[in-house]
Design a protein around this ligand. Sequence first.
Ligand SMILES: Cc1cc2nc3c(=O)[nH]c(=O)nc-3n(C[C@H](O)[C@H](O)[C@H](O)COP(=O)(O)OP(=O)(O)OC[C@H]3O[C@@H](n4cnc5c(N)ncnc54)[C@H](O)[C@@H]3O)c2cc1C
Length: 815
Amino acid sequence: MTTLLWICALLVVIAAGAYLRFSLLTTTIAAAVICAAASYFHVGSPLPFAIFVILALPFNIKSFRRQFISKPFLNIYKSIMPEMSSTEKEAIEAGTTWWEADLFSGAPSWKKLHNIPVARLTNEEQAFLDGPVEEVCGMLNEHQVSHELADLPQEVWQYLKDNGFFAMIIKKKFGGLEYSAYAQSRVLQKLAGVSSELASTVGVPNSLGPGELLQHYGTPEQQDHYLPRLAKGLEVPCFALTSPEAGSDAGSIPDFGVVCKGQWQGEEVLGMKLTWNKRYITLAPVATVLGLAFKLRDPEYLLGEQEELGITCALIPTDVEGVIIGRRHFPLNCMFQNGPTQGDEVFVPIDFIIGGKEMAGQGWRMLVECLSVGRGITLPSNAAGGIKTAAVATGAYARIRRQFKLPIGKLEGIEEPMARIGGNAYLMDGVNSLTTTGIDLGEKPSVISAIVKYHLTDRMQKCVIDAMDIHGGKGICLGPNNYLGRGYQAAPIAITVEGANILTRSMIIYGQGAIRCHPYVLPEMEAAFNPNPKESLRKFDNAVFGHIGFAISNFARSFWLGLTGARFSNAPYSDKTKKYYQQMNRFSANLALLSDLAMGTLGGELKRKERVSARLGDLLSQMYLVSGVLKRYNDEGRLTEDLPLVQWACEDALHKLQTSLDELLDNFPMGLGPILRFIIFPFGRPVTKPSDVLDHKVAKIMQTPCASRDRLAKGQYLTPTQYNIAGIQEQTFIDLIACEPIHKRICEVAGERIPFMWLDKVAEKGIELDCINTEEVELMKRAELGRLKSINVDDFDPEELTAMVKSANQANYAA
Ligand SMILES: Cc1cc2nc3c(=O)[nH]c(=O)nc-3n(C[C@H](O)[C@H](O)[C@H](O)COP(=O)(O)OP(=O)(O)OC[C@H]3O[C@@H](n4cnc5c(N)ncnc54)[C@H](O)[C@@H]3O)c2cc1C
């Protein structure tokens, strides 16, 4: 029995060393002390100590370890690990890792998260939001754009150009606004709350496209020529990568260029003959400059010794002879400009390549590098902005619209989808701020940008469906009075572009995340393929033994945190958010452990096991989303009245994480699931979904004028201008709430239950009964007008609806 106790003591010391991540040497010394004590006090012979020393020494003497353990292992590793293709290498090396690497570490540092600076706007950026952004939001009549013009009105185009909306990323020295990523995100959020067409039109030139590529890679001549013109709106850019044959698999584009000599403006110059057929290109129909991705070949070796140069990006003015452009696609009734473009052997000079001929073949790297940033700003901001406005508009509508003699928002069934919208609006805004802060700190977060692209657009789409369901017929009947239907129609676009969502979840998030965020996988790969054998072995040994220690630590942490429900683990606050930090400690250790096991059991096959990869990615992603929520709560001063929103968002994300983890364990390779389940969930699944009580609290915030509700919609355009129905409804919401006690008083004096409708008539009754004043009469009349506007939908003369279709069909037949 005592022997067993000594063995237990030894295991506890080793496990504690692993849990606390002591170095190998420290843990060895601590274990040696136990063995020495057992030898002395228990066995009375040095045998246990000697056995331990014999076993432990080879691992602690580095030269021995390298030669006899790491070297054979390195040889096996090299023989089974395929060398990465250059495209894979470029994708993996693009960008940087940031907070997500902490989440992958098995022991995130909460101090580090909360020390990230709070996102702030400069005075100039704030003035832009309060001035031109506010103004253009008021100019836009979405029904006119979508149904009558099939385009933004000319005055809106001009206003956007004149006020630098297309130049938010362009540096000041070129005449641009040079705004922070955070400011860009706030602008796009506000625009998206009004119109997805407006947000897309502004978002695209500020995202991955000619402006971004020129700033990073353009030659000085290209920058001096194009950037000031783009900043002034004299050029409208688009970027064409997608072909009919290559969508998600963009690296396989068949579009090509051949280096050759040809005539350009009357002279013979070195150039390329380009052939392309692209589709789905945003702004292409109105673009003056076409960013084009194609594969460049140099069969006559005019540029150097390489024939196949690879993907290359060039800027082609759209008035060059042979450029076919101008036709439009019809993307789900959303009238932002989008269409195909073609060219057949179009000759252009070689210096049309972005960055000049030196950058021939560097296009893929350029694109993935820029995507690391742009993907983290545009679509996630549009998604967050759309849902922030939808949250307050749905809250207001649910308070205004009555059925069964109650505001529908008070019905329990409605509270569930309401809470999803409110909780997500809080989450998405927090995640948006965290991500753009990272970008402003100089990060190029390729993994995070994939996470936020997927999860914010996915949550946006689900929330829009919830909002539509709550609005019933009001959301369905399109027209000037509908502020939701067009956003609902546009949602799948955000899902599909900049990396379609299923692909992003299945391949990109974890595919890049595992290699980039894991502290040892990339160093192992780099060390293994290091051409210097001595350095290769030294680095490989360090990485592999670091990796083994890491894996043991995550095993110990997963087991202990599971056993104790993570109750004793590190959390920076001991309030109601404490458990979320602690659950994240636990899930972080689980992610690190399962990653190593998945990579160990599947090796290169993991790439094809997309559902394993997707679920591991979910663990990382949901932890990132919770980080955004906790950071926001902290940055805003830990306002307890916002706690229901914080709790809802954390519990929802952690529950989703747990579901993915559960499914992963059910499907874990090599049948390891049951053993892992015992380690990870010894007492079952710890996280529950947001409760009905919590849903109720969130739904209440959304339907009650209060500071938490204001923060939910912070920065959104809710001014009650002519076309801004959500803004007008917001005013009605305030008015109707002010009418409630007046209505109650009239009912009491009249001694009857008067329905809460026809408030103008109710006011007249109040005058008859002499129980309300003139101001109250005015309020009730105004509220009734607003109420009717909110619940009514549009109807049309049939001609108004068929006009567009007819003219479009006529144009098609004519063609
Ligand atoms: C409105 C709109 C605007 C756009 N703007 C531009 C633009 O300005 N410039 C530009 O170059 N392109 C643009 N695109 C193209 C866009 O980037 C592509 O649509 C996108 O890459 C997906 O390609 P696809 O539509 O051909 O779908 P496909 O590639 O055919 O994918 C179909 C489905 O298969 C899934 N899938 C694909 N591969 C995998 C995988 N390995 N694992 C799991 N699932 C997978 C996808 O997620 C998707 O669900 C735009 C598209 C639209 C619709």
